[in-house]
Design a protein around this ligand. Structure first.
Ligand SMILES: Nc1ncnc2c1ncn2[C@@H]1O[C@H](COP(=O)(O)OP(=O)(O)OP(=O)(O)O)[C@@H](O)[C@H]1O
Length: 249
């Protein structure tokens, strides 16, 4: 799978979150996306998971079986946990008794079997997160994308999710994740994507300390005379933050 010339912004007047990103997503690897707050990690995960399309560029050769645990699971769906998972199982192509079997097995695995018949909207945050994780594992995905998926899980469920990641990797799958805990899955060989300032840099070495990777900010005061094209170009460059434009409007 590959990201080619990706640029993404959420609105026409919004800054670019990602800009000029060319990236291979190697099969069978554990990949950690890291970087500062608001740097674009979740946005990148949405692109790779296929739940968001880029403003420019293309995402090619995605595996057919992809799954995603979003940072915020939409809990207000009109289903019980079990029915929701069965429904998704059928969407994943499971037939007969298989969706129910897998749904029950996953709810049991994550200690949520007692809530199988509870409407999603009535679940606690932690149990809801277990359902979010279960829906992603239902279809045995070739590409599993986890955005802070461990957050809200109890210790036993976090260990189960670690094990599920290992199972996906053992099956030759790819797992891309973001997590605030630097120790998460830290003992596994991991490719790292450093996300920030619109770009993504792949490295397989552990990141340096925050102090040694702090970006340099240079403030430049410039005066442009009636150059709307240049101003527009600067506005579209993710490396540039325009603080004052009063003389330019
Ligand atoms: N749905 C959205 N609509 C508009 N702007 C958004 C949306 N999602 C994210 N953004 C903006 O895009 C930028 C990148 O956000 P994103 O959530 O991808 O970063 P992040 O690195 O995951 O941040 P964090 O570590 O805080 O979760 C931020 O400025 C954010 O406000």
């Amino acid at each position: 799978m590959r990201l080619d010339g990706i640029a993404l912004r959420y609105g026409l007047r919004d800054p670019w979150v990602l800009y000029g990103v060319d990236l291979d997503v190697p099969t069978g690897q554990l990949i950690r996306a890291q970087g500062g707050n608001g740097g674009g990690k979740s946005t990148l995960l949405r692109l790779v998971a296929g739940v968001r399309t880029p403003t420019r560029g293309s995402v090619r050769d995605q595996p057919a079986r992809r799954a995603y645990v979003p940072e915020r699971f939409p809990a207000a769906l009109p289903f019980t946990a079990h029915d929701y998972l069965c429904h998704l199982g059928r969407i994943h192509g499971l037939r007969g008794a298989e969706p129910a079997r897998r749904a029950d097995a996953l709810l049991d695995r994550f200690g949520a079997a007692a809530f199988a018949r509870t409407p999603l909207a009535e679940l606690s945050k932690g149990t809801c997160q277990k359902v979010a994780v279960a829906q992603a594992l239902l279809g045995e995905p070739e590409l599993l994308v986890l955005d802070e998926a461990w957050t809200g899980l109890d210790q036993a469920s976090r260990a189960e999710l670690d094990a599920a990641v290992d199972e996906r990797l053992a099956q030759g799958g790819t797992v891309l994740f973001v997590d605030h805990d630097p120790g998460r899955l830290a003992d596994r060989p991991t490719l790292r994507w450093q996300v920030g300032d619109g770009s993504v840099t792949a490295t397989d070495a552990p990141s340096k300390s925050a102090a040694s990777t702090t970006a340099t900010t240079t403030t430049v005061r410039i005066t442009l005379t009636a150059d709307a094209a240049l101003l527009s170009e600067l506005r579209n460059d993710p490396r540039v933050r325009i603080e004052q434009t009063e003389a330019l409007t």
